[in-house]
Design a protein around this ligand. Structure first.
Ligand code: SAH
Ligand code: SF4
Ligand code: F3S
Length: 468
């Protein structure tokens, strides 16, 4: 099954309004994909539902990265089954779909354990949702689509529609991964690396800005491996694409995530130095500080390579703040090797980071490797690493107190009269101010720092004095 078939007559006109509820787990790519699935279904008359209880269709957009992610799916499916049965008893139908990386990896198993699911679809088939719905509604059988179709879903999805007023937006430019880190399911669930053409990315970025976006985060499982067709022939790299995006009027900020250390090339490092709107924050997963573990993980870089890279980035953009991913308790990791990870963390000084206990994933080489680390040991290592990372985050946040920084105001704050925004370093900032500032980048003095967010004031301390 290839391109989308022509729409059936009943699909060209929106039927009576139906309500869609999408639950999203996993990475930002899944957040983006959930939005695109809603875009595909809008022409069929689907509008947003506040909860599964109010919905005519529920899509669970799943993540397979660690074990508990899969278990979350089956427990949520159990709850939805009861909802679906109650609906059927009342004579109405609720469609239940499972999308995302668990769907891709375990499609048949999902239907075996949860035969009441109507549709199972992998991440490369979202553009085919309308035909799958028609098939599920009229055929009465579960529909499963987990192949990697020859066409790109990006060529068939409608332009991203954005909720009015969204100041920050994601834009997927690359999908899939050819790196095959020995612990990771992503190459199996997302398929081979594919880059969208530059023109398609630029067009989507312009549409997002027209809809109100002021900050765009480019997404990809290996976003810095992006190399796409250039508008006038030839090929661009990510640095060149960022330079073109930086010229879009009205766009204030650019970010990209997630990068692999091996694909941080000179041009991209240079872009951090001379593109002011490329925010000084980079998520660059290192996973471990021990070279033997990095080799076993098939990361193809050493701890020293990573440190050199950080040094070059800091030379290009001295205020760049760094984030990373870590795995503790990889098979065979000794106490000394874990200590090497702590050393690397101390050496870099991260602004924030994510850390995980190694979770064996079916079908990946590490799952059957000897020397699986006992659970209590993994827990202890994770606690030690997280304590160090939390202290570094607190130190970084505190270092901004008293400084004046640009804050992009993204929405209302928690309390009346408060607004919320984002610092260049991806921290949440809360301050007093009018809602008319939403969508603007303003200068803010940081007054206080918490573990995960900052409090700011619009006036500098000297202006405060003058106004008093
Ligand atoms: N390059 C990817 C990484 C995706 S997975 C990206 O676009 O984000 C995100 C993180 O999950 C990885 O960096 C890794 O730290 C963690 N991870 C992946 N597989 C894992 C596993 N089997 N167990 C524990 N953590 C894992
Ligand atoms: Fe997974 Fe490694 Fe690819 Fe990242 S680079 S998605 S960790 S295989
Ligand atoms: Fe999870 Fe798939 Fe993203 S496994 S992290 S949703 S690519």
């Amino acid at each position: 099954m290839n391109a989308l078939p022509p729409l059936a007559a009943s699909q060209t006109r929106p039927p009576a309004a139906r309500r869609l509820h999408v639950v999203t787990w996993g990475c930002q790519m899944n957040v983006y994909d959930s939005g695109r699935m809603a875009d595909v279904l809008a022409p069929l008359g689907f509008g947003p539902a506040a909860s599964a209880e109010d919905a005519d269709m529920v899509i669970l957009n799943t993540c397979h990265i660690r074990e508990h992610a899969t278990e979350k799916l089956f427990s949520e499916l159990g709850r939805l089954r009861r909802l679906k049965e109650a609906r059927a008893a009342a004579g109405t139908r609720m469609l239940l779909a499972v999308a995302g990386c668990v769907a891709q990896a375990e499609g048949a198993e999902i239907l075996r354990r949860a035969p009441y699911v109507d549709i199972v679809l992998g991440p490369q088939t979202y553009h085919r949702l309308p035909e799958m719905i028609a098939e599920a509604e009229h055929g009465g059988r579960a529909v499963i689509a987990t192949e990697f179709p020859p066409e790109s879903k990006f060529d068939h999805l409608p332009e991203a529609a954005m909720p009015a007023g969204g100041v920050t937006a994601f834009l997927a430019i690359q999908e899939g991964c050819d790196k095959f880190c020995s612990f990771c399911v992503v190459p199996y669930t997302r398929g081979v690396e594919a880059s969208r053409p530059a023109e398609a990315v630029l067009a989507e970025a312009r549409a997002l800005v027209a809809a109100g976006a002021r900050e765009i985060t480019l997404l990809g499982q290996n976003v810095n491996a992006w190399h796409g067709d250039a508008p006038a022939g030839g090929e661009w790299n990510l640095a060149r694409l960022l330079r073109a995006l930086a010229e879009i009027p009205g766009l204030l900020r650019l970010r990209y995530t997630t990068s692999h250390p091996r694909d941080m090339d000179d041009a991209l490092i240079a872009a951090h130095g001379d593109l002011p709107m490329l925010m000084p924050f980079l998520h660059l997963p290192v996973q471990s500080g021990a070279d033997r573990i990095l080799a076993a993980m098939n990361r193809r870089h050493t701890g020293a390579d990573y440190l050199r890279l950080i040094e070059r980035l800091r030379r290009a953009r001295p205020d760049i703040a760094l984030s990373s991913d870590f795995i503790v308790g990889y098979p065979g990791e000794t106490a000394a090797e874990f200590a090497a990870t702590l050393d690397l963390v101390r050496e870099v000084g991260f602004a924030q980071a994510y850390s995980f206990k190694y979770s064996p994933r079916p079908g990946t080489p590490a799952a059957t490797a000897p020397g699986q680390v006992p659970e209590p040991e993994k827990e202890a290592r994770l606690a030690a690493l997280q304590a160090l990372l939390a202290a570094q985050q607190q130190t970084f946040n505190a270092s901004l107190v008293g400084r004046r920084i640009g804050v992009l105001v993204t929405g209302r704050g928690r309390h009346r009269g408060q607004i919320a925004g984002r610092s260049p370093y991806l921290q949440a900032v809360h301050l007093d101010g009018p809602e008319s500032l939403i969508g603007h980048e303003i200068e803010v003095t940081i007054a206080a720092a918490g573990p995960r967010s900052l409090a700011g004031e619009r006036r500098a301390a000297n202006e405060e004095h003058a106004a008093a």
